[in-house]
Design a protein. Structure first.
Length: 397
């Protein structure tokens, strides 16, 4: 398995977030959101893929793959790294997709999280906090950092339910038990239901996938536990609507009231390429459940007003919208003008803010207004290297 281990070492050397192994193609990695082939490695064969998959899987996982044609697992190599792995089948041959997981859990400040995220984790002892975003937006990393913060600052009984286990936590001030779906338990819902009898203070649910899991998680938050989880939604409004829509229509009114009561915050994130090509920076939307927000959640006709409440809630509650976060990164010279405009939710309004145009009644951007004379200069000199040069530098000629 020397070839396989060399692939993993090389991927980590270039700080790849994902590794794709497919018969007939060389290893392909994702770095800063872009896919690159390893040009100095041979094209992989069907036998290569089978040997690599067998090398990572135990008997139970091999049986699961034979029955369902795909399997999730966590895989670690001492001295190299840890990976979240999905083995699946296409056109009769195996494909392996691997997500790299750092042994080190970065703190919230290092992840460029706004101060309100740390405050939410620090102050809340019950309720529901959600981290949302698309696949690969860093949700698992943020959740791990939140659990690590609690572990370092207070004594709690923490139970995590994950599929698969990604970051490994050591007991510090808190007691942490990590359960993996498929090996330590059969489902999120069953593990979550059992966890309520295991004296937890904090529950981490890797993903709220179905009605039963969402229902139990909300009940746990309502009965005095702090529940952390994720959803594949792009912002706070979609998150609230997604949770409500899972329930039958005749229950949705009651669920709105329940969610308005237990929700403490929604952290939505997306990753944006830095203009200096040194990785990506997170754009973060943060919703804090204020009295106004509770009213907007409870009343379906007012839910869309949450976007405006977020934008105007920075100075008092620490909330921020995606566009406010993006503007801050642009003015700090971290992202280019074109990227900032492309990623913004409202490009026309965003352009006016960059140009310094605002009405006297516009308070939603006040905390993010400031001097930006050097921003364009910084972004203009973002990188002298072409894509080809970057490719050669990273992956060989």
């Amino acid at each position: 398995m020397e070839l396989f281990l060399n692939i993993l070492k090389t991927a980590l050397k270039y700080k790849a977030s994902d590794i794709h192994l497919k018969a007939g193609a060389p290893p392909i990695v994702r770095v800063d959101g872009n896919l690159y082939p390893f040009k100095d490695f041979p094209r992989l064969s069907v036998d290569n893929l089978k040997e690599m998959a067998d090398f990572m899987m135990g008997p139970a996982q091999k049986e699961y793959l034979r029955e369902f044609f795909e399997v999730d697992l966590g895989y670690g190599v001492p001295g190299i790294g840890r990976f979240r792995v999905n083995v699946y089948q296409q056109r009769g041959s195996l494909v392996i997709a691997m997500r790299t997981i750092s042994f080190e859990i970065l703190d919230l400040k290092t992840l460029n999280m706004p101060p309100i995220v740390e405050k939410l984790v620090d102050e809340q002892r019950r309720g529901l906090i959600l981290v949302t975003g698309t696949t690969g937006s860093g949700k698992s990393t943020t959740l791990a950092s939140m659990i690590d913060y609690i572990n370092r600052h207070r004594s709690e009984n923490i139970i995590t339910i994950e599929d698969p286990i990604e970051y490994l936590h050591r007991d510090r001030l808190s007691l942490i038990n990590q359960r993996e779906v498929g090996f330590d338990t059969t489902s999120f819902a069953l593990a979550l239901r059992s966890a309520l009898r295991q004296d937890p203070d904090i529950l981490l649910v890797g993903e709220m996938r179905d009605l039963e899991t969402i229902e139990i998680a909300m009940t746990a938050a309502e009965t005095g536990h702090l529940v952390l989880s994720t959803l594949h939604t792009v912002d706070a409004v979609e998150t609230i609507n997604r949770i409500i829509s899972v329930f039958p229509p005749h229950q949705q009114g009651q669920v709105r009231l329940q969610l308005a009561s237990i929700l403490k915050g929604v952290i939505s994130q997306r990753l944006i390429e830095r203009c200096d090509r040194k990785g990506r920076v997170p754009a973060i939307e943060v919703l804090v459940n204020t009295p106004l927000v509770r009213e907007c959640i409870a009343d379906a006709n007012k839910t869309m007003e949450i976007k405006d409440a977020i934008a105007k809630g920075h100075s008092i509650y620490g909330m921020q919208s995606f566009d406010q976060s993006i503007l801050s990164h642009y003015r700090n010279g971290l992202i280019s003008f074109d990227e900032a405009l492309r990623q913004s939710s409202n490009p026309d309004d965003f352009l006016l803010k960059i140009q310094g145009v605002s009405s006297s009644s516009d308070t939603s951007w006040d905390a993010f207004d400031g001097t930006a004379e050097k921003a364009a200069e910084k972004t203009a000199s973002s990188s002298a290297k072409t894509e080809k040069e970057m490719d050669i530098e990273r992956f060989g000629k």
